[in-house]
Design a protein around this ligand. Sequence first.
Ligand SMILES: [Zn+2]
Length: 308
Amino acid sequence: MATRLYTHPIFLEHITPPGHPERPDRLRAIERVLDDEAFVALDRIRAPEGDEATILYAHPADFVARVRAAIPDEGIARIDADTSVSPKSWQAAITAIGAANAAVDDVFAGRADNVFVAARPPGHHAEKTTAMGFCLFNTAAIAARYAQKKHGVERVAVVDWDVHHGNGTQDIFWDDPSVLYCSTHQMPLYPGTGAKSETGAGNIVNAPLAPQTGSEVFRDALLSRVLPALDNFAPDLIIISAGFDAHHRDPLAEINLTEDDFDWATGQLMQRATRHSGNRLVSLLEGGYDLQGLAFSVAAHVGRLMKG
Ligand SMILES: [Zn+2]
């Protein structure tokens, strides 16, 4: 078996305003770095279109209709100060969901050991009824519920190492103990949630990191809070909300990780997937806004996934 990679040209057609950090060049940088011969064994798949009905696993129908109605025929329409949509944004978001759900199918069918989905827009800030923080729909949350509904598993863990707290994923699973949500993130920082005291139904584990910390504090947070929670929960599937904006080069935050830290963290989660989840691990791109930091981090992450 192998590591599978989902991409699709539609992900380049979600257009954000000039100067916006969440831009199509992010995926071009990832594509370039994964073109290296070190990644020749990657099983590259064109993402299938998503099933719109699966959005309802995490969001109510009236919210979905509101996002659809916001899509402009031309140009760019703002949803909030940070979040915008262009004519192809709906199709991009739906295809990101299609890729994440297909990745879930792959790991349950044994077609791949693990899967990385290089898609945009990202998802982890999207709450049940609010699109925000560059995110329209919560792809990771939809994929977690999809695994439960389609594959009949009880427990799914979402581990989110994006430098921003995944307020959306926390919101969606706040009172759902069948999903464990663990997040490391800078605090204080956008969106302002993610304190240790926010524990939901005992299924939310927040590990905030102080600004200007780095490798040691991040690894300690994983070792002391996230990994023990995973061992205790014993998930049937691990989904990573893989943002790479805790990299030291990233312009949006002040955590000083290197690509080695993402390599290490990936290995730790792979060990837990082996121990508890029949190896099943699905990784979804979230943030990461310095093109070099993003590319090197994704290379480290995917390179580790491929080591099996
Ligand atoms: Zn982020």
